[in-house]
Design a protein around this ligand. Structure first.
Ligand SMILES: [Zn+2]
Length: 160
């Protein structure tokens, strides 16, 4: 019933670039640190190519080297995303001890060719965040642009 998505060109709105407000990036890193020693994972949602919300999910794999999204939580999160007027953008997960690029398992298990896969590496003192598109075993990096949300009305004050 749902097998006709092949060949549909980019139903997701981003095109090679994801915009992320800095406070959301900080929250993403904090969520990933909370998940240590295991990988943390969750969904990324927003509008257009702007990431505006994170939906942490249980890592069913309970592993430091892989992750598995809880399908029921995932479904709940999709409902929340739609109710919030946002669009699904992709999946995030952490790499506690390895670089921020997709592992062989990440590539093999990437189930959605249209999703952005955001990976947070906590291997170094400074966390690294990168985003990728994974299609049929091929990986291409998306550029991650860190900037305040464009439609944030609270951007008048400039702190430090
Ligand atoms: Zn991974």
């Amino acid at each position: 019933m749902s097998g006709d998505r092949s060949g549909a060109p980019g139903s997701y709105p981003y095109r090679g670039t994801l915009g992320v407000p800095p406070e959301l990036l900080d929250r993403l890193v904090a969520l990933c640190r909370d998940g240590l020693p295991n990988e943390a994972c969750g969904l990324v949602a927003g509008r257009g190519s702007e990431v505006l919300a994170l939906y942490p999910l249980t890592n069913l794999a309970q592993s430091a080297e892989r992750y598995g999204l809880d399908p029921l939580e995932q479904l709940d999160a999709y409902y929340e995303i739609v109710e919030a007027g946002l669009e699904p953008i992709g999946v995030y997960h952490s790499h506690p001890a390895t670089p921020a690029r997709p592992s062989a398992a990440d590539i093999a298990e990437a189930y959605d060719p249209e999703a952005a896969y955001v990976i947070v590496s906590l291997a170094e003192r400074e966390p690294t965040v990168r985003a990728f598109s994974i299609r049929e075993g091929g990986v291409s990096e998306l550029s991650l642009v860190i900037h305040p949300a464009a439609d944030a009305a609270a951007g008048e004050r400039k702190d430090g």
